[in-house]
Design a protein around this ligand. Structure first.
Ligand code: SAH
Length: 247
């Protein structure tokens, strides 16, 4: 079990995760059948997901845990106790300490260097808020890392949680094949923190537009140099702030 990253999600809408965690790369990353090694017997997949419904921890007989805010105003606030009980119960299911994360527009903005840092943790426990948010006291008590996906407001932390999960899982060893390695993508260390180069595939000419000759030349040294140059040009045009940072 040692190498498997465990990702817990606490949410009021667990069904939102079914299709995202059950499709494409995120699905394969957790599928034991795809990671079985014929010679050494079955090996564990790189990650395991555990989605928990915070509503299961409601202490109200109608399973209601969002209540009107003290002081008045619009919206509902998620109560402390169910969140606290969900976190402590889920944490006790595994020996490894969990890195607690709360998705909130008030947190540190997610970027590739934070993703890389989180990808090295053995276990993440992600709390998705909803409605107006969560009672401040349980946030203070649990002291999670607070992470935002950008300066805009969504109706819940579920999409931000999925964004974080996808970005972290694709960096786990064995998740992407060599053909789709994450090493040279935008913001990655392999790309020196720059944007990726443009990509082309068949046919060689489409609507009168040709694929750059160099890519058809078979000269890998020149192709690499061209790609690095394109990365630099794109970054200069679209995100000059990244060039200044890497200087
Ligand atoms: N009242 C809060 C916003 C609540 S939005 C405020 O103004 O700060 C409801 C929930 O959606 C939040 O609890 C959070 O979990 C999630 N959410 C909304 N926007 C987000 C963002 N940009 N990044 C991460 N989570 C976000």
């Amino acid at each position: 079990m040692g190498l498997v990253m465990r990702i817990d999600v606490l949410t009021l809408f667990p069904e939102m995760f079914t299709s995202v965690l059950g499709s494409s790369i995120l699905k394969r990353a957790a599928d034991p059948a795809l990671h079985a090694n014929k010679e050494d017997g079955p090996t564990d997949p790189p990650v395991s997901y555990h989605v928990t419904d915070i509503r299961d921890f409601a202490n109200d007989k109608h399973n209601k845990l969002d209540k009107p805010p003290y002081g008045g105003g619009p919206g509902m606030v998620i109560q402390c106790q169910p969140v606290y009980d969900a976190v402590t119960t889920v944490e006790s299911q595994d020996d490894r300490p969990a890195t607690r994360i709360l998705m909130t527009p008030q947190g540190r903005t997610l970027d590739q260097s934070l993703v890389e840092e989180l990808a090295s943790h053995p276990r993440l426990l992600i709390i998705a808020g909803h409605y107006e948010g969560i009672d401040e006291r349980v946030i203070e008590h649990l002291a999670p890392m607070e992470i935002s996906v950008g300066d805009y407001v969504l109706s819940g932390g579920e999409l931000p949680a999925m964004t974080l999960i996808d970005s972290v899982v694709r960096l786990q060893k064995g998740v992407l094949g060599d053909e789709t390695s994450a090493d040279f993508e935008s913001f990655s260390p392999g790309a020196q923190g720059l944007l990726d180069c443009p990509h082309y595939t068949r046919p060689p000419e489409w609507m009168g537009m040709k694929v750059p000759d160099i890519l058809l030349s078979g000269n890998h040294g020149k192709i690499d140099a061209w790609r690095r140059e394109q990365s630099r040009i794109r970054t200069q045009q679209r995100r000059p702030d990244l060039l200044n940072e890497s200087e």
